[in-house]
Structure formats: C-alpha cells, structure tokens
Design a protein around this ligand. Structure first.
Ligand SMILES: NC(=O)c1ccc[n+]([C@@H]2O[C@H](COP(=O)([O-])OP(=O)(O)OC[C@H]3O[C@@H](n4cnc5c(N)ncnc54)[C@H](O)[C@@H]3O)[C@@H](O)[C@H]2O)c1
Length: 456
C-alpha cells in the first residue's frame, strides 16, 4: 500500500498525539518522513521516541522548514507549534504543494487568517483544523438532538466555560500568557467553544461585543496569598513550599524531559509564576455574539474556577436543551489524560414546552478530551472513514470563523464597542454544516390541549 507521507513541525506536548498516530496506530498507511522544531533538544527527543517504533524521520531546525519540504516531499504537513506561528507554516506548506493538518487555533490575528484564506484559494490545497471537541460523543449527541428538532429552531444560547485553578493556571505559566503568542484565551481556548457553537447551530457569527479583564492571576493576588518572595519561576521560588500553584518540573518525568532538560536551548520556561506582571491575557471574559441565523449567544470564560467544564443551554421554539459537562483536573503534559470526562457530572436534559423535562442518557467513551481525541484521529488517519452525518471534519473556513469571534472580541475589548466579523477578512466562504430546523417550519401541535392540562 502506498503510504501518505507526513512531516511535522512543532514537537511539544500536544504533537505526540499525531506522532504516535502516524508512527504506530495508522502506520500501515502513514509515514512520518520529517520533523522540525526551533528546539534541537526536542527534535532529538522525538527522534529517539519514534526510533523505537522503527521510524527514522529526517530532522530539521525550524529555519530549514522549506528545505525539509523540498527534500522529503511530504503529502501533508502537521502543524503543532505555538499558535502565533501556525500561519507561517500553513501558508508555506500550501505554497510548496502540501495539504495541512493544523492544531487549533488556526491562527491568532485577522491578517494572518486572510493570508491563509488567500493561499488556500490560490493553491487549492486542503487545510484540516483539528477541532477534537466536536468528536466527544456527548457533544455529537447534542448536535444530533438539535438537528432532530426536539427543541425546534434555536433562538438563543447561554454558554459558560470554567477552567479550574490547575488547568486554568497553566495558561498563565507559559507562552499562552501573552496575546502576541496565543491571541489570549478568547482565541487560544475559546476557538474550541466558538467552533462548537458555529457547528452546533450550523451558522456563522456576525457581530461580537466583549468585556474582560485579568482579575485573578495578578501580582496583587500573589501578595494577598502572602507570596512576597516570588521568583520569575517555580524552580527557584522561595515561596514554593506554601504555593498551591507550584509545579516541580524536576520530579515530573515527561515535563522534565520535554521542557526542563531542553530549556537551555531556547529559554522556554514551563513553570513561570502565575502572578507575574508580564502576563497580558484576561482570565475573566464575557462575550455576546449575534449569528447569521438570528441566534444570540451569551458566553463567559473564567480561568480560576474550583472545577473544570461548562454548562450550555439552547433555547428553542419548542423547548430548551441543557447540557453540563465536568472534566477531571489536569495540567498539560502532567501524564494524566487531558480533559477526561467525569461521567456523573455530565448531563443532557430536554425541557419541552408543555411537557415534563427528561434526562437523555449521555454517550461516552474513554480517552483524552472526553473521548474526542481517539475519534478525531480515526477520522483523520483511518484508511476507511464512513460518511459523517454531522460533518465534523473542519477545514480552514470553520477554522477561520472560530477564531474571528475571538479576534473580534479582543478588538471589542480594546475599543469598547461591538465588532463585525465581515470587517476582519474578505473572501471567506460559508463552512459545510448539517441542515438544522428553521424558523419557517410549522411547530408540531402539542398533544396536551393547553397549559392548564398539565396542572390538573
Ligand atoms: N486541541 C487541543 O485540545 C489542544 C491541546 C493542547 C494544545 N493544543 C495546541 O497544540 C499546539 C501546541 O501546543 P503544546 O501544548 O504542545 O505546546 P508546547 O509548548 O508543548 O509545544 C510547542 C512546540 O512548538 C515549538 N515551537 C515554538 N515556536 C516554533 C517555531 N517558530 N517553529 C517551530 N517550532 C516552534 C516549541 O519548541 C515546542 O516544541 C498549540 O497550537 C496549542 O494551541 C491543542
């Protein structure tokens, strides 16, 4: 069988998911021909890791990315670098004749997004954005319920995402903590959430208004805890013994190998103080979004919560769907399964007009991000892929609309006024979404004669 040739750029924590899929699970028809990173230590590490699987990719430093493509002729480039650098590799890979698989967020700024849109149009190459959240069985189930019309057509959505003080704090320790690198949490993190809304509703955002601030991960909070001898990082912090945010890279196998042992190459400290004044991203955010279909969304994101997960409610012409999801606590790369589902804390309920509410049994499987990661990998790499009625595979159009909400929200916070999505980029086509119930369909007559019947 002819194998698809993959090259991968960015060899940090998340990248291993794709490396293992290519070199192990799907190696009968996939081949990792080259790898690339700015950090020579992480390149060497990955080289050693895949050697055990009988794979010997060619190795390149990031400045030789183009040479890597020309010399190894991959069919597909997998981009798993830090967010602000995705656009460079996506665009260059397409220009050199490759398709692209990129981690979210597709990119962090409107002009970078425009370059991806223009290059995709000019080259006709494919960009796959790995929105794993769509694949968690219970989120697909929500999509299926909404498509079935059980609550009619959707008028509005309340969506509130909570990052806990373990995982949430992690965004304030490393590169994510500056907007220059990550676009802030409304781009870096909420790209998942805004994509879910676009896909759940099969629509695109039009106008965005946002407020936000950094309320918790501040020097003042560090002082209020009494951590007055703080250092730049945990490794040499005099307050480490009393600080619950302390992480010890020395004793943590994978993070030691991946980050601490490699930091002399590039100065990337994985354990920076979460109370640093250098941080410029928000931890407390509120967004209102108006969609093409007429739906209004009220969204919030908090990064210092006691539990991790979200609640979402869809208000429709025939009732309301409520969904709560609780996830296990983790910090990236700590060896636990990221975002594993807490089954007892995860619920879907339907509240029909004029009828009693009922719970829906939640579909669940094991695996990272609520069981989403293995299903996403199968949909990307498996040789035979059944047709997907939910159209979960996302391309650059969905990638763009998911980040443009966050980019518009960032501008809205800067200027204190609503921002239109169509003022940010040109020539962006409507993504492929499944058909949803519409507002011109008749509402089925209710079996109960009137609302008194229920009270009797
Ligand atoms: N879908 C998800 O659930 C999920 C989860 C975690 C991370 N991610 C995404 O995956 C990507 C990687 O995140 P991570 O947690 O692995 O980060 P990481 O810091 O562990 O790894 C980033 C890697 O990129 C390399 N790098 C940095 N700048 C580079 C450049 N200019 N050229 C080439 N390499 C460069 C770094 O040396 C490092 O090896 C990010 O885009 C992140 O948003 C997605």
């Amino acid at each position: 069988m002819i194998k698809t040739r993959y090259a991968q750029v960015g060899l940090g924590d998340r990248s291993t998911l794709f490396t293992w899929a290519i070199t192990q699970q799907y190696s009968d028809h996939a081949e990792l021909v080259a790898i690339c990173d700015t950090n020579p230590g992480r390149i060497e590490l990955r080289k050693m890791m895949v050697k055990a699987a009988g794979c010997e990719p060619a190795c390149y430093e990031a400045e030789d990315f183009e040479r890597m493509i020309l010399e190894n002729k991959p069919d597909v480039v997998v981009v798993t670098t830090i967010d602000s650098t995705h656009d460079h590799y996506i665009v260059r890979a397409m220009e050199l004749g490759c398709d692209v698989i990129t981690e979210k967020p597709m990119t962090t700024e409107a002009d970078k997004c425009q370059r991806i849109i223009d290059t995709q149009k000019a080259t006709g190459r494919q960009v796959r954005v790995t929105f794993n959240y769509r694949y968690a069985p219970f989120r697909t189930q929500v999509k299926e319920l909404l498509m079935s019309g059980v609550i009619g057509d959707i008028k509005s959505v309340d969506f509130h995402w909570l990052l806990d003080i373990h995982h949430g704090a992690d965004y304030f320790r490393r590169w994510h903590r500056t907007k220059r690198n990550s676009g802030g949490l409304l781009v870096h993190k909420a790209t998942h959430h805004f994509d879910l809304i676009n896909w759940w509703l099969s629509t695109i955002p039009e106008t965005v208004y946002a407020t936000g601030s950094r309320q918790f991960y501040t020097p003042e909070t560090g002082n209020r805890y009494g951590f007055t001898r703080r250092s730049e990082r945990c490794l040499n912090c005099a307050d480490s013994e009393k600080c619950p945010y302390f992480i010890d890279l020395k004793i943590d196998g994978m993070r030691k190998l991946l980050y601490l042992d490699q930091e002399h190459h590039d100065g990337y400290y994985r354990d920076r103080c979460v109370f640093s004044s250098e941080i410029d991203i928000e931890d407390n955010l509120q967004v209102v979004v108006n969609y093409r279909s007429g739906v209004n969304l009220s969204y919030s994101l908090q990064a210092f919560m006691p539990w991790e997960g979200y609640s979402v409610a869809f208000n429709g012409s025939k009732g309301r769907l409520e969904h709560v999801c609780m996830e296990t606590s983790y910090t990236s790369g700590d060896g636990s399964i990221p975002g594993e589902l807490i089954p007892m804390g995860t619920k879907i309920s339907i509240h029909p007009h004029f009828h009693p509410a009922y719970d829906v049994e939640v579909d669940q499987v094991g695996g990272g991000h609520g069981g989403a990661d293995p299903l996403l990998l199968a949909d990307i790499f498996a040789h035979e892929r059944p047709a997907d009625p939910y159209l979960r595979a996302a391309d650059h159009r969905s990638g763009a609309y998911s980040i443009l909400t966050g980019i518009a929200a960032n501008r809205s916070m800067d200027f204190g006024k609503p921002f239109r999505i169509d003022s940010l980029v040109q020539g962006l086509k409507y993504p492929d979404y499944p058909r949803m119930p519409t507002s011109d369909e008749p509402i089925n007559p209710n079996p109960l004669k009137n609302s008194n019947a229920r009270r009797e």
